[in-house]
Write a protein that binds this ligand. Structure first.
Ligand SMILES: [Zn+2]
Length: 377
């Protein structure tokens, strides 16, 4: 079933005003972000992960990065600035020749939240024109500068045919960090379907501003491969998508849940939930229950859906202090209530929702005696 029909069906179920009594919506056959929708995390059945780089092409960092990717035989995604591509057409051709994917990152890198819809549209189409002329292909992905949306941004991307290129993991590489710190921060956020954000350029400036980011990639790739992962481009990641593990009535989809693989020195545990939310959803009306059954439980954690507003804020990170947990194994269920039914769980379908009442996360949470937390295979 395609996504449009699925959403219409979900809306029809809600329109009856008794979502809890209605059968749950059928889960989509496959997750697919359409033009005007956000792609920031992809449910996949294999250990696939995508690296993406913003603000290139840059001299010298982009070529340094291309050399690392060639040595490691890894394909990545470059979100290019149109003005930089005009300045370095040869580097753009080297990116394409290396088998990498290209996305649109605006023509001149303005803040879209301070731009008019007309300027946003012009920035997107002008960069498209430059990139299509150099590569022969119009980019499918559009990542807004600084990750910031602007007025009518999603509608404009729907019109121009772009999927919004988000990410699920970053290491704040625009701030000073060592390559080791950057690689470590990204490794902590590794999960099948993750999209990593790094930079090979700095807005429209040339120069070695992103040397630490480039060096971090050389450290990161072997460690990610050693954990059994394969690197793909973002379009390849989307092509490998499977059905979301849980789809709630009215179109909300849970794409994945992450416990950190290990948080040995951490004072708290960050549970990360990756959601795909319909644009029209009133997020503030949502209530999420997380039930942990097991050694010290059962107990319930409450939170909302991500606030949204920019591409950084689509993954909910819920901090849980370790003393809340007794050592042991915990089974985890996620339920969602919305709008008038905020206090009643919505029906839910998908591989994680065999009873249609909540998403039962298949990986148990394991709390070791020293209160470190890890996901169990
Ligand atoms: Zn940027």
């Amino acid at each position: 079933m395609n996504r449009t029909i699925f959403c219409a069906l979900a809306a029809a179920i809600l329109a009856t005003g008794c979502g809890q009594q209605q059968p749950p919506p059928p889960a989509p056959a496959r997750f697919a972000a359409q033009p005007g929708e956000l792609l920031h995390f992809v449910p996949v059945a294999e250990k696939l992960v995508a690296l993406s780089f913003d603000d290139g092409p840059n001299d010298p960092c982009t070529r340094q990065l291309l050399a690392i990717c060639a040595k490691e035989q890894v394909h990545v995604t470059f979100m290019l600035i149109g003005a930089n591509a005009e300045k370095h057409p040869d580097i753009v051709r080297e990116i394409v020749a290396g088998g990498h994917a290209i996305g649109n990152h605006s023509y001149s890198h303005p803040r879209f939240d301070q731009s008019t819809p007309a300027v946003i549209r012009e920035e997107i189409t002008r960069a498209d024109t430059v990139l299509e002329k150099l590569t022969g292909q119009k980019p499918v992905l559009m990542r807004p500068p600084y990750g910031l949306y602007g007025q009518d941004y999603f509608e404009i991307c729907r019109d121009t045919g772009h999927v919004v290129g988000g990410w699920s993991a970053s290491a704040s590489d625009w701030n000073p960090h060592t390559p080791q710190e950057l690689a470590g921060a990204l490794l902590d956020q590794l999960a099948p379907g993750a999209i990593f954000l790094l930079h090979d350029g700095k807005e429209t400036n040339d120069g070695p501003h992103r040397v630490a980011s480039v060096q971090s990639v050389a450290l990161l790739i072997p460690q990610v491969k050693a954990r059994g992962y394969r690197f793909v481009t973002i379009p390849e990641l989307q092509a490998a998508a499977v059905a979301p593990p849980a789809a709630f009535a009215n179109g909300v989809q849970l794409l994945g849940v992450q416990w950190p693989e290990r948080t040995a020195a951490s004072k708290e545990v960050a549970l990360r939930m990756h959601w795909q939310l319909p644009a029209a959803l009133v997020r503030s009306s949502a209530h999420v229950w997380i039930t942990l059954g097991g050694a010290g439980g059962p107990f319930t954690l409450d939170c909302g859906l991500p606030h949204g507003g920019d591409v950084w804020k689509e993954t909910e990170s819920l901090k849980v202090p370790p003393p809340a947990f007794q050592p042991g194994r915990y089974a985890m269920r996620i339920a969602l209530g919305l709008g008038a039914h905020k206090r009643k769980p919505l029906p839910c379908a998908g591989a994680w929702a065999p009873d249609n009442k909540a998403a039962a996360v298949p990986q148990p949470l394991v709390v070791a005696p020293n209160l470190t937390v890890e996901a169990s295979p």
